[in-house]
Design a protein around this ligand. Structure first.
Ligand code: NAP
Length: 402
């Protein structure tokens, strides 16, 4: 189902690997007038017809419509079918129900391609770290925004030009909001939370700050300190057992493996209780890299493998956004400072792109003011090492002040 970037990528891979022994029996697409790379008689226009065909032993759902994808995947799982999907937006909204449908009807759903394209992060978390506690999972999960940041940092390109370039190269969506406002990496963080911490989060619970407000001044500010700005998704377990998750632009130092993850590449750092730190890096998008992840899922299905969801079967950790975080704020208007109740300000001023400050706020406040920040064209960047969430600093200070 779907013969766009991912569907064509998978088809091409299967053509190149006749030894794999998979036959693409039927292909459903949407638009009957579109020019195709295969003869017209290879296509049909009602995905439901594939659901009705019991001879298809796997359904691959790679359409670009999350609501329709959910309807199709749900129906397939209700038949106890084996399904592979790449649709992170759909998974982030409906994972609890999709897991329950697998339990109830005995079908299997795999979705490695949905998070970081070719990087086998879900399989790694599920199969390898299913029993080991993780201190954190953090990384660059969106290739399009990373491409824009790389071009701005390396070539001094401004945001609009870098984005146009990413779109021309096919790295960014026609509507760039999903990537640039960090909706896409938020979906991936929600999926990661289920596999890394056994937590079903709603997308709205996860702070997602993007780079739509970024200017060359911000890049220059980072550069002057030997840092780069990267959009980093962070899932972290605090020493008290609570778990937090956020996606935000972050200053990344040369000592971090994320520093050299450039252009459309993705990278994920795992900090495991006993294994220590591991780093996975690879192509996060594109027909072949994403098709490669779908191929791996097809091979896994053949071996009767499914996600174990080990951590979901254990008592869930508490989720929190009640945490203090130090940020760099730059905004055309200074009033945002009040909205964020910035404290402990260590730097403040006004420059060509408006007001700037470095100070502390809370994740909960950023979550509440996110839309306002976006409307104001503000940029928020986490400062310091990516694991340095400063727990409850504000509550402690407030308690002392009373
Ligand atoms: N592109 C990537 O690098 C990438 C990476 C990871 C995950 N993903 C995910 O993979 C999925 C597909 O992405 P894509 O980039 O391949 O999208 P795409 O290039 O826009 O292709 C989407 C395909 O879905 C078909 N389609 C849409 N609605 C349909 C329906 N109701 N019934 C049957 N076919 C339908 C379209 O048909 P027409 O051809 O007739 O328009 C098209 O062939 C998305 O969920 C995306 O988030 C993509």
């Amino acid at each position: 189902m779907g013969f766009g970037c991912v569907g064509q990528g998978l088809y091409d891979i299967l053509q190149q690997l006749p030894g794999f022994g998979a036959e693409v029996r039927r292909i459903a697409v949407k638009n009957p007038t579109k020019t195709r790379s295969l003869p017209a008689d290879r296509f049909e226009y009602h995905a439901d017809a594939l659901l009705d065909d019991p001879e298809l032993d796997v359904l691959v759902e790679v359409i670009d419509d999350a609501a329709e994808a959910f309807r199709l995947v749900k129906a397939a799982l209700q038949q106890g079918r084996r399904v592979v999907t790449a649709n992170k937006a759909m998974l982030a909204r409906h994972l609890p129900e999709l897991v329950q449908l697998q339990d109830e009807f005995g079908g299997t759903l795999l979705y490695e391609a949905a998070v970081c394209g070719s990087i086998p992060i879900l399989r790694t978390l599920d199969a390898h770290f299913g029993s080991e506690p993780l201190r954190s999972v953090s990384g660059i999960l969106n290739g399009s925004s990373n491409y824009v940041l790389t071009r701005m940092t390396q070539e001094g390109t401004d945001y609009a030009a870098a984005l146009a370039e990413a779109q021309l190269l096919g790295f960014a969506e026609t509507d760039p909001t999903l990537d640039m406002a960090a909706f896409d990496p938020r979906s991936k963080a929600v999926i990661l939370a289920a596999h890394a911490y056994g937590l079903f989060l709603k997308p709205e619970q996860v702070l997602h700050l993007g780079i739509e407000g970024i200017t060359p001044t911000d890049i220059a500010y980072a550069k002057a300190q030997g840092l780069k700005i990267k959009v980093v998704a962070t899932l972290e377990q605090l020493p008290d057992g609570r778990v937090t998750a956020l996606v935000a632009p972050t200053f990344v130092a040369e000592s971090s493996p994320l520093y050299t993850v450039e252009h459309e590449f993705n990278g994920v750092i795992l900090e495991a209780a006993f294994a220590g730190t591991q780093f996975l890096r690879g192509r996060g998008a594109g027909g072949h890299p994403t098709g490669s992840a779908v191929l791996a899922d097809l091979a896994a299905l053949r071996q009767k493998r499914a996600y174990t969801y080990t951590k979901l079967r254990q008592p869930a950790a508490a989720f929190t956004t009640d945490l203090a975080v130090e940020i760099y704020l730059r905004s055309p208007s200074e009033s945002i400072r009040e909205d964020l109740a910035l404290t402990d300000i260590s730097l403040e001023g006004t420059g060509p792109d408006g007001y700037f400050a470095v100070g502390f706020t809370t994740l909960a406040r950023l979550l509440k003011q996110r839309e306002k920040l976006r409307e104001a064209g503000a940029l928020v960047v986490r400062t310091g090492p990516i694991s340095a969430l400063q727990e409850a600093r504000h509550s402690a200070q407030e308690a002392l002040a009373q």
